[in-house]
Design a protein around this ligand. Structure first.
Ligand SMILES: *Cc1c(COP(=O)(O)O)cnc(C)c1O
Length: 231
């Protein structure tokens, strides 16, 4: 590809984009009257090669989002074991199959995509077995879209109860609103659902809508392409 930037140019562009996103987060927090320390940025590294990830690690960033267990293991298990970047925090933000729960519990610090009782049961069993407890969020299919993962808003209270009965400490909700139209109403709905369920953490907002999400109370935003470029 003739338009591929040289490695140093690519690293410089990613460094600049990351710092720009951080500044936009600070500004959105200021406008919303919120403390930027309340908003955690996960840099979404799915499909990326290491050369694109290294610049943000070098800046001291340690929180990353991945949407596939196997891919995340290949990318991060060795890096974590090496100790080269202490304090890594890995979030699973993609669908979790029950046969990957063991690996997910061992690798991730946060699992944001609980969406059904069977998965909650499998997580409870593996957490008990390994004594390792990631933070746990439930994913809500906030736009009730047939092709999207997540529990329907109507079924959320029951899933929260089922998780609590299993001893799972659910602390937040995650959602991906429909791509078309304004996102605000969906972010507001997720915040309301969390409030009703007594959950304080809200993972919402991506490259093209994180500022809106911050305005509606996001505590976790997940940004990929605005930092790393197109996947
Ligand atoms: C890929 C992905 C993101 C990041 O998307 P961008 O538009 O690249 O910022 C955020 N959340 C989830 C669940 C994703 O799968």
């Amino acid at each position: 590809m003739s338009d591929t930037p040289s490695p140093p140019a690519q690293a410089a562009a990613i460094t600049e984009a990351y710092l720009r996103i951080k500044a936009r987060i600070d500004k959105a927090c200021r406008l919303a009257g919120r403390d930027p320390a309340e908003v955690r940025l996960s840099c979404v590294t799915k499909t990326l090669d290491w050369a694109r990830i290294e610049p943000v690690l070098e800046l001291g960033h340690r929180r990353f989002g991945e949407n596939r267990v196997q891919e995340a293991l290949l990318r991060w298990a060795g890096v974590r074991a090496s100790g080269a970047y202490p304090g890594l925090e890995l979030s699973l933000i993609g669908p979790l199959q029950t046969n990957k729960v063991r690996a997910a519990v061992q690798l991730f610090d946060k699992i944001e995509t609980i969406d059904r009782p069977r998965l909650a049961e499998a997580l409870a069993a593996e957490i008990a077995l390994w004594g390792r407890t990631p933070q746990l969020y439930i994913q809500v299919n906030i736009g009730e879209e047939p092709q999207k993962a997540g529990v329907l808003p109507h079924d959320l209270p029951q899933l929260v109860t089922q998780c609590r009965d299993l001893g799972l400490n659910i602390t937040g909700l995650m959602a991906i609103p429909p791509v078309d139209g304004p996102r605000g109403p969906y972010f507001a709905l997720l915040a309301r659902l969390a409030g009703r369920a007594g959950l304080s953490e809200l993972s919402m907002g991506m490259s093209d809508d994180f500022e809106t999400a911050i305005g509606f109370g996001a505590t976790d935003i997940r940004v990929g392409s605005a930092i790393f470029g197109a996947r």
